[in-house]
Design a protein. Structure first.
Length: 247
């Protein structure tokens, strides 16, 4: 991040507790505009908890700044309206609605503000995801896993995010589809959107990201340029070595 540049998203000492159990402990993360930042770590490390807290879906302590302004007091809907968008792990599509209707619903806050250019953005989503154009009249619930992830990404893009947060986008997908999804994520960098990527597939995440954090038992234990972490002995042994053996 260049000196004096305000991060697109900055989280400082974020803490979340479920009852007496602290799931996230003073976690700090920054995402530069137009960059991809990944958070890797094992199941139960607090990665999804972090994203949900940033979105305002969970009560949390600490600072959440978007484009240099504190947003910790804002409701989730207001954060979305400002351009902070989350694609959740379960995608949360409307299964009984068509692909086209799901996409248009992603632009609902913009409709309410009477913004122009929504049709242009819909055409751009179809150009980025030709499969969605082919399936636009099909019910979302009938799509394959990869198509559902593409729809979730396309719906998020219809909100015109400045910061896009992705929770386990490769979860449950076949290896060939995972490659397609990560290619799409890498391509999104060219649009200028900042991406915070939570992912268990550490190898794929580190290949696509500019900067990375390792979250374990609710705490950030390592961070640095993604290329450096990809060769860090601890990361290689704990995350990349396992990924290599599983192939």
């Amino acid at each position: 991040m260049g000196q004096g540049r305000v991060p697109a998203l900055e989280v400082r000492e974020l803490a979340v507790a479920y009852g007496k159990v602290e799931a996230l402990h003073k976690a700090s993360v920054a995402v530069a505009a137009g960059s991809i930042v990944t958070v890797i770590g094992p199941n139960g490390a607090g990665k999804s908890t972090m994203l949900n807290a940033i979105m305002g879906l969970l009560p949390a302590r600490g600072a959440v700044e978007y484009a240099g302004e504190g947003i910790a007091s804002l409701e989730t809907e207001a954060r979305v309206a400002r351009g902070l968008v989350l694609v959740p792990e379960k995608r949360e599509l409307f299964a009984d609605m068509t692909v086209a209707d799901n996409l248009v619903l992603g632009a609902f806050p913009r409709h309410r503000r009477r913004e122009k250019g929504i049709d242009v953005d819909l055409a751009a989503v179809y150009e980025r995801f030709p499969r969605l154009r082919e399936r636009r009249a099909q019910l979302a619930g009938t799509l394959s896993g990869g198509e559902r992830q593409m729809l979730a990404l396309g719906r998020a893009l219809m909100a015109k995010p400045n910061v896009l947060m992705l929770d386990e986008p490769s979860l449950g997908l076949a290896p060939l589809i995972v490659r397609d999804i990560f290619r799409i994520i890498a391509d999104l960098r060219k649009t200028g959107v900042a991406i915070l990527l939570v992912e268990q597939n550490a190898r794929a995440a580190l290949q696509v990201a500019d900067y990375a954090y390792v979250l374990e038992t609710g705490e950030v234990v390592l961070d640095g340029p993604a290329a450096a972490l990809a060769t860090n002995p601890r990361v290689v042994e704990t995350y990349l070595g396992l990924a290599k053996r599983e192939r």
